[in-house]
Design a protein around this ligand. Structure first.
Ligand code: GLY
Ligand code: MN
Ligand code: MN
Length: 493
């Protein structure tokens, strides 16, 4: 957290002060000094821009319900959920900030250094406070001399504005260390986001109890509310438009590299959303067999396949996770199509197994069975039966990964949920997951015919469990081979 203010008369500061103060322009030699006259001049002549009568953010009622559920789970305990801090890229430049999932989920806010505290409040459960950096002080020069001053980083909301928007009482984050130091009673903190908060709480928390809080917040997100479902739909729709952009630009990618595909999709993500939800996998030709191919520096050649696995993250931080495997020249070769159709069939079987009351494992098992049948049919597993192949897991040489995962604010959402709540759990309406079978024949795999080598196919969609089955949120993109070809022909014009 940035809590030091610069002295009122910067030119008189001692060397000691200079070392402690966070004035980046001074450190860089860009700001040579401040005369008393300039310091005085900069204090005044600024309009009052305070905003009044702000409407609450769209998800305010939902974040309130999420906080109420959290409160009910941990009665009588102080709960501390930080947004996290900027991370240095080098010297005085930082990586783009993304608030912690737990903080954004509970507040709808995404401000760096923010902290949500739920303080026990007797019979009424908890009293929530959001700690934020207020607007910059102009009297002491903070707003133009501090690296986090609004003149450098842009206007922030005042605490009163934040309260109206978020529906949570707000306090100055520079008061939180003292507030936590004086706190009595049990405390839990979401670790891994804010080292200063952790330092302030070292003798009040235990790793085990903090982990219980983190696990709760992961499991709370297994079932999405109406706001979250709408966000996931928005993410999928923007992602579909990003895939269309890529198809339209394939000739430019052929003239350059996979980077053109990465950049094209990223443009759509930044125009329609906050970011990409994970590093885009833009894998042309044999790169499709590398599961996390994110170097994206290879050639894009007509006649080969492009495996594109990418997702737009919305401005409220919900991400899609979609894969299409496309013939770069617009038409599958007979062998590409055979392999593609097998994966498509496996995905159809997987999607059909997503419904309320089904086990989380069912869709994986359904997809794997289809893939094993195809591999046996193609003679790649000798004369073993499909059941024997599945019993021994031999299909996994080419299927490689699980068939899907929970999706939400994190691409691999709910990742610290307990096994019984997730992998061994039962699906219910509101769960959103990916179904993404694949077949991957490595370029150096001597156990398959030469023409298979270097072919990788994955098809991935984002599936919402509904009351009576499921809904494919990413169905604006075609999946069947002939529909993919027709769609590409239309876009390539
Ligand atoms: N894009 C990562 C995944 O599909 O899980
Ligand atoms: Mn994916
Ligand atoms: Mn996925």
């Amino acid at each position: 957290m940035s809590e030091e203010l610069i002295p009122e008369t910067p030119e008189q500061e001692t060397e000691e002060n200079e070392a402690a103060e966070p004035i980046k322009q001074r450190k860089n030699g860009l700001y040579p000094g401040v005369s008393d006259e300039l310091a005085e001049n900069m204090k005044s002549g600024w309009a009052d821009t305070e905003l009044h009568g702000l409407e609450p953010i769209a998800q305010a009622a939902h974040t309130a319900a999420r906080r109420a559920a959290l409160s009910a789970r941990f009665p009588g305990e102080r709960l501390v959920i930080p947004a996290g801090n900027l991370k240095t890229r080098s010297n005085d430049t930082e990586y783009a900030f993304r608030a912690s999932t737990e903080y954004a989920y509970l507040t709808g806010d995404q401000t760096q250094d923010g902290v949500l505290v739920l303080e026990p409040a007797g019979d009424s459960g908890h009293r929530a406070t959001i700690y934020l950096l207020p607007r910059s002080n102009r009297e002491n020069g903070e707003f133009w001399l501090d690296g986090q001053g609004e003149l450098w980083v842009g206007r922030r909301h005042s605490l009163a504005e934040a309260e109206q928007l978020l529906g949570i009482p707000a306090k100055d984050v520079r008061e939180i260390a003292a507030a936590l130091a004086g706190a009595t009673g049990p405390v839990r903190n979401v670790r891994g986001h804010d080292a200063a908060i952790e330092a302030a709480l070292t003798d009040k928390v235990t790793a085990e109890r903090d982990e219980e809080l983190r696990v709760y917040l992961s499991e709370a997100r297994l079932v999405k509310d109406a706001f979250e479902i709408a966000e996931l739909q928005k993410a999928c729709d923007a992602t579909a438009r990003g895939f269309e952009d890529v198809v339209r630009s394939l000739d430019k990618a052929e003239a350059t590299s996979e980077r053109f595909i990465e950049g094209t999709f990223f443009l759509r993500a930044r125009i329609e959303g906050n970011d990409i939800g994970y590093g885009s996998i833009c894998a042309a030709g044999p790169h499709a067999t590398t599961l996390h191919w994110v170097r994206n520096d290879g050639a894009v050649r007509a006649g080969e396949l492009l495996l594109l696995d990418a997702g737009v993250e919305t401005n409220d931080l919900y991400t899609a996770d979609v894969t299409r495997t496309l013939p770069i020249n617009g038409t599958f070769s007979p062998l590409q199509r055979t392999i593609y159709d097998a994966v498509y069939e496996a995905q159809e079987a997987g999607i059909a197994a997503v419904k309320p009351g089904a086990s989380f494992r069912d869709f994986h098992d359904a997809s794997q069975r289809v893939l094993a049948e195809k591999l046996v049919e193609w003679g790649l597993l000798g004369d073993l039966s499909v059941d024997k192949v599945l019993e021994l897991g031999l299909q996994r040489r080419w299927t490689l990964h699980g068939t899907g995962h929970m999706l939400g604010m994190d691409v691999h959402d709910c990742a610290v949920a307990r096994t019984e709540a997730y992998v061994d759990g039962v699906l219910e309406p509101g769960v959103c997951l990916t179904v993404e079978p694949g077949l991957y024949f490595q370029a150096d795999d001597l156990t398959v015919p030469e023409e298979y080598r270097g072919i990788g196919v994955r098809i991935e969609d984002d599936i919402l469990v509904t009351e009576d089955g499921n809904r494919n949120l990413s169905d604006k993109l075609p999946r069947r081979a002939d529909e993919v070809e027709a769609w590409m022909a239309r876009l390539k014009g």
